[in-house]
Design a protein around this ligand. Structure first.
Ligand SMILES: Cc1ncc(COP(=O)(O)O)c(C=O)c1O
Length: 247
């Protein structure tokens, strides 16, 4: 069932009968691991997240065919629900997910970093000469992007203690400078690969809540999945924080 043009040429699948065709396909596919995965994925979406099977399957097919622009451009509707559940489990860890959030899919973590700086400039949230704080040592693009000629941001280093890879209070207190508009954090750290302890998270959270409610934070948690019971700064300070995650 396709909304074909004349003589079956081209067109866009309308999803009619797609579940039945899929079930027949699965029934004939034997023990193929990939097909079993698809079958389980569809059941998960329906049983755990309440996503209509036909809608979801058709969204996947349309996305795979690439026959249209993504709508909405931010992220496909049902795929967002699935990814959101995953991100909530990974980034909130043992904390209840009490805050709502939106996702914006990009090509990867690095792409999202470049877009985030760009969009903050275009929307007047950052301007040339502003200060950006970086928890260092840090993944090098965070050092390279602020000094590009289109941004000319001044970098303030918030140094991790190189024995514990945690933030000393004296470093957190550098954030009292109101010319610092943005804080970029990589947690768990790259290259140190150590996550923020509960104590570091709590001290940073209290400081921002008490002294810098206006601070923008980008937390790059691409390694969060590899840490046990990981809690992101995004879960602790949802109002201030944009989370970068990469598969
Ligand atoms: C902290 C951090 N963020 C982002 C990236 C890049 O993510 P992606 O490969 O999705 O662009 C890396 C890769 O090394 C990284 O270490």
């Amino acid at each position: 069932n396709y909304a074909y043009l004349d003589a079956g040429f081209g067109g866009i699948p309308d999803g009619k009968g797609i579940v039945e065709r899929f079930d027949t396909f699965v029934g004939n596919a034997g023990d193929s691991e990939g097909v079993r995965f698809l079958e389980k994925a569809l059941s998960y979406a329906k049983d755990r997240l309440g996503i209509d099977k036909q809608e979801f399957l058709n969204e996947l097919v349309l996305a795979f065919l690439g026959c249209n622009y993504p709508v909405p451009p931010r992220m496909l509707v049902n795929i967002e629900k699935v990814v959101k559940q995953y991100i909530a489990e990974e980034m909130y860890g043992p904390m209840p997910t009490t805050t709502n959030f939106d996702l914006f899919a990009t090509e990867g973590g690095t792409a999202s970093m470049t877009y985030t700086f760009q969009t903050m400039f275009h929307n007047g949230l950052l301007k040339k000469g502003d200060k950006v704080a970086l928890t260092t040592p840090i993944f090098t693009p965070y050092l390279e992007i602020p000094e590009l000629s289109e941004y000319e941001l001044e970098i303030v280093e918030i140094r991790l203690d190189e024995k514990t890879w945690q933030l000393p209070q004296s470093e957190i207190e550098k954030l009292a400078d109101e010319q610092i508009k943005l804080l970029c954090v990589v947690n768990p750290a790259n290259p140190a690969s150590v996550k923020f302890s509960d104590d570091t998270l709590d001290r940073l959270t209290s400081f921002v809540e008490e002294k810098r409610k206006d601070l923008f934070i980008i937390t790059d948690d691409v390694y969060g999945t590899f840490a046990d019971n990981f809690v992101s700064l995004f879960a602790k300070l949802p109002y201030n924080t944009l989370c970068v995650y990469s598969f």
